[in-house]
Design a protein around this ligand. Structure first.
Ligand SMILES: Cc1cc2nc3c(=O)[nH]c(=O)nc-3n(C[C@H](O)[C@H](O)[C@H](O)COP(=O)(O)OP(=O)(O)OC[C@H]3O[C@@H](n4cnc5c(N)ncnc54)[C@H](O)[C@@H]3O)c2cc1C
Length: 461
């Protein structure tokens, strides 16, 4: 067999499964069709770590709750931004109050005990500056904010450092059952393996015949990214729920910028979005908004198909608004199933640590001088808006599974996400990528094969 385990799809689930399995003496590979891992995590993500209380489905609520409880340890050892800021959901109207009371009751029935039904005065004790009009609130102190892309990259880096292979730019085209395992065909190779963990969304092959889709439950989310000069409006996540079930959330930053997420069907004009945002942040004005994005959020059941008649094929499918939260729990369940079915021992050389990195923006002057003395590139600022140094850009390219595209650098470092939207730094990033990858600047791509950023050299016109 070429591999013990082949993980299909290098999203956050694929990377987390690779991390868990790299703790064992197994020959594993992740096959990802794109240039980079975790490229499908939406660039703008709500970044919330849920606690299971909002989730209607009982099984998923349990996985959310378990994932939430595992994240303190994982994020602290990987140095990934994660804060338990707490969440206050507020309601003013009758049906919305029923929704809030329903969340509280359901959570209690499921033994999610750290949840409190409150009135305005109780909320003032937690958020003294809150000036919103509401009648009832439900408070969940365990809900937090995280940098999801950073978490996915961290999982992959540690898995890679512990021996997992990542086969990028390789697209899975077929999976077949063979004696004692599977044959996986890609656009470049054919591999045999004992176990397949298939995390590729949407497309079902013949091995998935038992899995029934529960249909696409899609909703629109409109994001207002607030500029980093505006102070956090509250320490907690504030969610205003309307009678129609629409939600407007203020989310204090885990990484760079705070944001407001408006769950509302259809398109939304900028002025209307700012008007709705006032329901969670009354003092907000247009100047506080850096950019506005529209995304689709999905509420499809995550199905982990591994138990009944286990034959080595594990399918994770579905697309859920809380997948990031569930990831550690899903990965450890899958790992347990595989390890208990394959005879494998623990990897004694496993290093549960991510390689060091520096964030110039968060360092004291003394720390900055120390790192500049080691490498002068940390003294050259590439992204002026977010204070990101050339040293960080170079490190993001040279790290294990480093960035090879402009998008990869942006996501890893946060460059171009400031108020100039990359006008100042994008060309510098392209030239650094070209230098580090030994390519021509005109060959550097945004995020995939056909996305060149520079059309040609100016002299060629
Ligand atoms: C707008 C939005 C907001 C969200 N907010 C939150 C939040 O606040 N909290 C939270 O917990 N979660 C949130 N989520 C959920 C979460 O970000 C995603 O559900 C999660 O990133 C999905 O990860 P995945 O690994 O399951 O799938 P993906 O990231 O889709 O990974 C699958 C991978 O498979 C690869 N692939 C596809 N086809 C092939 C092929 N044939 N061969 C090889 N590779 C292939 C893809 O390129 C991709 O990299 C949000 C999602 C959205 C859309």
């Amino acid at each position: 067999m070429d591999y013990d385990v082949l993980i299909l799809g290098g999203g956050i689930i694929g990377c987390s499964v690779a991390y868990e399995l790299s703790k064992y003496n197994l020959n594993i590979a992740v096959i990802e069709k794109d240039y980079d891992i975790a490229d499908d995590i939406s660039l703008i993500n709500t970044e919330i770590v849920y606690d299971g209380s909002e989730c209607e489905d009982k099984f998923l609520s349990t996985i959310e709750h378990k994932g939430n409880s595992m994240l303190d340890e994982i994020t602290s050892k990987f140095n990934v931004p994660f804060k338990r800021v707490g969440s206050i959901k507020i309601a003013n109207e009758n049906k919305a109050i029923d929704i809030i009371e329903g969340i509280y009751k359901r959570a209690k029935e499921r033994n999610i005990n750290d949840i409190y039904l409150m009135d305005k005065n109780d909320v003032k004790d937690i958020e003294p500056n809150i000036s919103l009009d509401f009648k009832k609130a439900v408070y969940s102190p365990n809900i937090g904010v995280i940098a999801p892309y950073d978490l996915a990259i961290a999982y992959a880096e540690v898995a890679f450092d512990n021996g997992a292979t990542f086969r990028l730019e390789e697209e899975v085209t077929d999976i077949k059952k063979i004696v004692n395992g599977f044959k996986v065909t890609t656009n470049k190779n054919k591999f045999s393996c004992r176990v397949v963990v298939n995390t590729i969304p949407g497309e079902y092959n013949t091995l998935d015949s038992d899995i029934k889709s529960n249909g696409q439950k899609e909703s629109d989310v409109h994001y207002l990214i607030l500029n980093d000069r505006s102070k956090p409006f509250s320490n907690s996540i504030i969610t205003a729920i309307s009678d129609e079930g629409d939600m407007i959330k203020y989310i204090p930053a885990a990484g760079n910028e705070s944001l407001i997420a408006i769950n509302k069907k259809g398109t939304l004009k900028f002025n209307d979005a700012v008007r709705l945002a006032k329901k969670v942040v009354p003092s907000i004005d247009k100047d506080a908004v850096n950019s506005i994005y529209h995304e689709k959020s999905r509420n499809n059941l995550v199905i982990i198909d591994d138990n009944e008649n286990y034959n080595g094929y594990i399918r994770v499918c579905g697309d859920h608004y809380a997948t990031v939260t569930m990831t550690p729990a899903i990965a450890s369940m899958i790992c347990e199933t595989i390890v208990s079915n394959l005879t494998c021992s623990k990897n004694k050389n496993f290093i549960d640590k991510r390689r060091e990195f520096y964030k110039f923006k968060d360092m004291s002057d003394e720390e900055r001088n120390e790192v500049i003395a080691i490498d002068k590139k940390y003294g050259k600022i590439t992204c002026l808006c977010n204070l990101i140094s050339e040293g960080e850009i170079v490190d993001s390219i040279r790290r294990p599974l480093g960035a090879r595209t402009v998008e990869g650098v942006k996501r890893r470092t946060g460059a171009t996400f400031g108020s100039c939207h990359g006008a100042h730094c994008i060309s510098k990033i392209i030239y650094i990528l070209a230098r580090e990858l030994n390519k021509k600047p005109t060959d550097i791509v945004e995020d995939s094969k056909n996305s060149k950023v520079l059309a040609s050299r100016i002299k060629e016109f």
